[in-house]
Ligand binder design. Structure first.
Ligand code: SF4
Length: 381
């Protein structure tokens, strides 16, 4: 196992980087404004041994809820996930130890203001409240300017470019208490992106994760493969296992993360150099405060059951919980669904196939899946 060369970053009473143990974290999958549910998930994650717990914030009402969650769970190391509304940072920072922003989301409001000014504001807020920052780059929501710079088939370079650019912005502001994440639902891309980033910036701690890994056991396998490849190379200072789980099982993300770390430390690996996806690949998001209908979790499970008849076919189906990230993050799947409050949108690659009620969607998916299988057979004949 290669030694890490990253610098130390403090997140409340946890320090990551350098030779500190790899911290295991997770995120609440509740509507943040549902205070009782959010507190319950923080409790579940704390009970499972989470080092850090993330909560999504997008509205002033979320901020009010966060204050109550903080009061109820005073010892948790909390991170807020700033979604489009980056200006909420100053209101949430007093309650948390870390701010996560997505460079690809800084464009949504105040479009005429330079991104560097927005980043300077976030750094000022973090500094004033002793918070760390995560530059969280996600394959499904990369800065559009970066996407335009590279060929369509290269999804890693725009992510890297964006992450490195934001590192320089923070460096120029004299702020070094930051970490970076580069997430994708494909474990091989997570491996490649993080290796390339670590080569360019060996000093910057990395938060590892395979996003929308899906349900256990497949989601665990994908995540494990990526973590084994990276951690044995000395890459990774904190991690999150993103699984689609029933509410009360959310702590499993922590248990699984710790088990993977334990297995790596004792030399127990899956004997694969790369993750070779064979057969049906269901990717689904871990859900968060943006989930539009709680039926999402059941839908993800029903999709897996319904598609077992096609498990030999090399087809990717994505199931996402909301309209914000769902549309972008389903583009690469053969068939994709993203959930709205009363209906589910169905896509084939980037093309929309319309929307269907929660009762209709499985039947409609089956029709499209059969069509796809027939077409693939036709190509092979
Ligand atoms: S797709 Fe939407 S609901 Fe699912 S984790 Fe991402 S933001 Fe949350």
């Amino acid at each position: 196992m290669k030694a890490r060369q990253t610098r130390e970053v403090r997140i409340g009473n946890v320090t990551i980087g350098a030779n500190y143990p790899i911290a295991v974290q997770s995120m609440t999958a509740t509507k943040t404004q549902d205070i009782a549910a959010t507190i319950r998930q923080v409790e579940l994650l704390e009970a499972a041994g989470a080092d850090v717990i993330r909560i999504a914030i997008d509205t002033p009402k979320d901020v009010t809820a966060l204050a109550e969650v903080r009061a109820a769970r005073p010892n948790a190391n909390l991170v807020i996930d700033l979604q489009e509304n980056y200006r909420l940072a100053e209101r949430v920072a007093p309650f948390v130890q870390k701010l996560r922003y997505n460079p690809g989301h800084l464009y949504h409001i105040e479009r005429d203001k330079p991104v560097s000014e927005k980043v300077a504001y976030l750094v000022d807020v973090a500094r004033a409240h002793g918070c760390a920052i995560r530059i969280g780059v996600n394959a499904g929501s990369v800065d559009p300017e970066k996407l335009d710079k590279y060929p369509k088939h290269d999804s890693i370079s725009p992510m890297l470019d964006s992450a490195l650019e934001h590192c320089l912005m923070l460096d120029d502001l004299g702020f070094n208490q930051y970490v970076v994440s580069l997430k994708d639902s494909d474990p091989n891309k997570v491996i490649d992106a993080n290796i390339r980033f670590a080569e360019a910036r060996p000093d910057v701690p990395l938060h590892l994760g395979v996003t929308e890994a899906g349900m256990p056991p497949d989601g665990i396998i994908k995540t494990r493969v990526a973590f084994e490849q990276l951690i044995t190379r000395g890459i990774g200072d904190t991690l999150r296992v993103s699984l689609t789980l029933p509410f009360e099982n959310k702590g499993d993300e922590i248990t699984v993360g710790r088990q993977i770390l334990k297995d790596i430390a004792s030399g127990r690996f899956r004997s694969v150099a790369r993750f070779e996806q064979k057969g049906m690949n269901i990717i689904s998001c871990p859900s968060c405060s943006r989930v539009e209908n709680e039926a999402f979790i059941d839908l993800a499970q029903n999709v897996r059951e319904m598609t077992t008849y096609a498990k030999e076919h090399d087809i990717t189906i994505a199931v996402m919980g909301c309209r914000v990230n769902g549309p972008g993050e389903t583009d690469d799947a053969d068939l994709g669904m993203w959930c709205a409050p009363t209906y589910v949108n169905l896509k084939r690659g980037p093309e929309s196939l319309g929307h269907y009620t929660y009762d209709e969607i499985l039947g409609r998916l089956r029709v499209e899946l059969d069509k796809l299988i027939d077409e693939k057979r036709g190509v092979l004949v």
